[in-house]
Design a protein around this ligand. Sequence first.
Ligand code: NAD
Length: 496
Amino acid sequence: MKNVPLYLAGEFVDSQTTDWIDVTNPATNEVIARAPCTTHAEMQRAIAHAGEVFKSWKEVPVSERARVMLRYQALLKEHHDDIAKILSRETGKTFEDAKGDVWRGIEVVEHAANIPSLMMGETVENVAREIDTYSYTQPLGVCAGITPFNFPAMIPLWMFPMAIACGNTFILKPSEQDPLTPMRLAELFEEAGAPKGVLQVVHGGKDQVDMLLTDPAIKAVSFVGSVPVGRYIYETGTRNMKRVQSLAGAKNHMVIMPDADKQQVINALVGASVGAAGQRCMAISVAVFVGDAQAWIPDVKDALAKARPGAWDDKGASFGPIISGRAKARIEHLIETGVSQGANLLLDGRGCTVDGLPDGNWVGPTLFSGVTTEMDVYKEEVFGPVLACMEVGSLGEAISLINQSPYGNGTSLFTSSGGAARRFQHEIEVGQVGINIPIPVPLPFFSFTGWKGSFYGDQHTYGKQAVRFYTETKTVTARWFSSEATSEANFSIQLR
Ligand code: NAD
């Protein structure tokens, strides 16, 4: 069993802490490593060092910063499968899904390599006689990121490449449940030529996060995780005068119109509800059938029943285990509430077993029909392979149902009607909309734009908005005299 190191002041070092958190393989519950709860002194050192390194990193020409990202992209591609194996082991994700997790992160690094054009300011000549105005974007300073367990490659890569390409230094606090993947990302970042200390990685939980949220040296905090923690991060960070972008939990609906293509709908619903064991913030957890739900549900049930969990290297497995025994117990409890609150349990994933892996956190595909908005299985983010089916009378009713949800991360509509699609995308109060696409995660040249209770903040992650989040704008108004000054001192605002 290995101790996960800190990446502190440019060195991979053992923490001096006495407080450690076990990292387990969720398919076996075997302890594979332990992560340190970084000490107060180590946290202080990381923050001070990030401030020191910022002074030199911000002066590195933007094209050189871009070249670090180009080299990093190439190294991540070269080590893609090895990173995916580490990721599979600590999350349980199937190898194919783990590769997708890494790949979606690499795409953000590609975006960060475009930083010279992304950071361009604006210029207007002759805003007044012989006066020009131009703006620059300049880095903020020390930034921090706190990431969840469910995408240990992609989500750290949503954050630090963009922040660092902008000229900031960055302290990452990854999920304590799967810190091995982010450490590998950090090793490769150093190998790509990033100066020591530009990126640091600390481990732990609330105590370490609280230091990042309250230390005045930290200018911006990026968070991805659950709703209660996301609210806390936003409230605490902004109270401490930081910029905060806080991406939180979700409950995503897929609306199925009677004219949708049946096979496409079934494929999309099954993959998007139980893929990654439902542990995706953009997973579809509610199917809303417009018209007769019974025309669809038996086929959805047959297809879902064929999906099965398994080990990361089991090529026939549809998805892996739940991240922890605690998370599994929570999912099973929510399934129980569905039954006791009157939904029809058509497929029950509780008590699921996988041959040869008796100790894994397995939950099988679970399907409910007759779900209503008062039920916990509708209101709560289950974060498991559970699909809740509902029936409404019209597209308008479906839109109104979704707009009343406190969440607004993702939604999708399946239809063959352009008119229905146009109305849905216009009226729906959700930040990421798929038309005949179940999980509409935007590529990194757009931003990841959750709304309502799924996002607290102003500027979203990656895309152009990330550059605004990680920079300040400085606007210069300049006059260079081309003739001798003739005017006299002015004591009032000039009318131009
Ligand atoms: P989590 O909120 O439990 O943990 C996220 C991070 O916060 C971890 O690094 C953890 O150590 C830290 N943390 C936990 N409790 C804390 C506390 N009390 N104070 C300060 N920090 C604390 O989330 P998770 O279970 O790791 O991840 C799953 C959640 O993340 C789901 O709700 C999912 O929807 C959400 N998520 C959202 C998005 C998005 O883009 N909106 C993306 C991925 C995951």
